[in-house]
Design a protein around this ligand. Structure first.
Ligand SMILES: Cc1ncc(COP(=O)(O)O)c(C=O)c1O
Length: 360
């Protein structure tokens, strides 16, 4: 067996310990004589799996009792519609557009009411986070929406926007569980798990209870109402059971690593290795304003598309996978999520140095 260093933006690297445990339990989960994949979601064994996954997530993030945790499907993209359908009581919402994902969420919300773009960084190809200290928040806005970490562009809100008392809704898909979070600052935190938490197919929504009501937009399908899933403990219909089981293992792995404060330290150390090199390099450079750099997704370029392509190809041959930038921006991007070991980043930087020497 040989495993590569996988810098994919998602689905992405998972902790080897988690994969090894899952492999050992594949044919017989905990004496049940079957895989979790083959198990009824109403069984006692699965009730324990989802129950302890939720309890561990609550412990990791310090989720207060007045927030529900929902394990849903449809990816982060389905939330682009579910959020306005459930929260747009006044049919007004404010969006801060810092990349493709918040742009898509904004466009989706505009189908249901008035979506206001109250700040954007589109003018400089989303290479920064706009100043959000005094935004023109609409008086009747039902919520203010952000994408907290911009997977494609590699920017991160280091400070949450001042929403002037309005409910904050955040897509945290690509920074989920990478650092401690004060959940009380948000009305809704959600993310697809396929970057930092588990396999594709699960989206986790953490939502304040008062936002879960029957008062949704007319025509909202039962499956797209938060209340449906909250009332049923995420078991209204068959949930993505195997994915939830792997997420549960990742939560336990995170606890063993020392929790989110320890992960933040580790992630800062890893990112610094790469950013320090990018700042010193004569060939490679980062594409994002230093103050807004993500700890999770690090885009970089040489400035010469042919050289970028050569780098990606040679890196792949040397065991560094998925370094090509998003198809909409080109260049390179190293996603260095929780499960990417520090050695992986060090090895990448050593490879980049060698490439620089050989090609400058
Ligand atoms: C920040 C962010 N939001 C939303 C999405 C869309 O996620 P999904 O493919 O689960 O719908 C992605 C996917 O890469 C993402 O990075």
């Amino acid at each position: 067996m040989s495993r590569v260093y996988n810098f994919s933006a998602g689905p992405a690297v998972l902790p080897e310990e988690v994969l090894t445990e899952a492999a050992a339990e594949m044919l017989d989960y905990n004496g049940n004589g079957m895989s979790v994949m083959e198990m009824s979601h109403r069984s006692k064994a699965f009730q324990e799996i989802i129950g302890s996954a939720e309890a561990d997530l609550r412990e990791l993030l310090g989720i207060p009792g007045n927030y529900k945790v929902l394990f849903l499907q449809g990816g982060a993209s389905q939330q682009f519609a579910m959020i306005p359908m459930n929260l747009m009581k006044n049919r007004v919402a404010d969006y801060i557009v810092t990349g493709q994902w918040s742009k898509k969420a904004y466009a989706e919300a505009a189908k249901y009411g008035t979506a206001n773009k109250i700040a954007s960084s589109e003018d400089k190809t989303y290479s920064y986070i706009p100043d959000c200290t005094d935004l023109p928040v609409s008086d009747d806005a039902d919520y203010v929406y952000i994408c907290e970490n911009n997977t494609i562009y590699g920017t991160k809100f280091k400070q949450l926007p001042d929403t002037k008392g309005k409910t904050l809704v955040a897509d945290v898909s690509s920074c989920f569980l990478s650092e401690p979070v004060d959940v009380t600052k948000y009305g809704v935190i959600y993310g697809g798990v396929q970057k930092n938490v588990g396999p594709a197919g699960v989206v986790i929504v953490i939502i304040r209870e008062d936002l879960i009501t029957d008062d949704v937009l007319p025509g909202t399908p039962t499956m797209l109402q938060y209340k449906t899933h909250a009332d049923a403990g995420s078991l209204y219909n068959t949930p993505p059971a195997y994915g939830i089981y792997i997420c549960g293992k990742v939560f336990r792995w995170l606890k063993r690593q020392g929790g989110l404060a320890a992960m933040k330290k580790r992630n800062e150390k890893k990112a610094k290795i790469l950013y320090d090199y990018l700042d010193a390099s004569r060939m490679f450079s980062g594409t994002v304003e230093a103050k807004d750099r993500s700890l999770m997704n690090v885009p970089f370029i040489t400035g010469i598309p042919e050289l970028d392509a050569k780098f990606v190809e040679e890196a792949k041959a040397a065991g560094f996978e998925n370094l090509k930038g998003h198809r909409s921006v080109g260049g390179m991007r190293a996603s260095i999520y929780n499960a990417m070991p520090e050695e992986g980043v060090e090895a990448l930087v050593a490879f980049m140095k060698k490439f620089e020497e050989e090609n400058l």
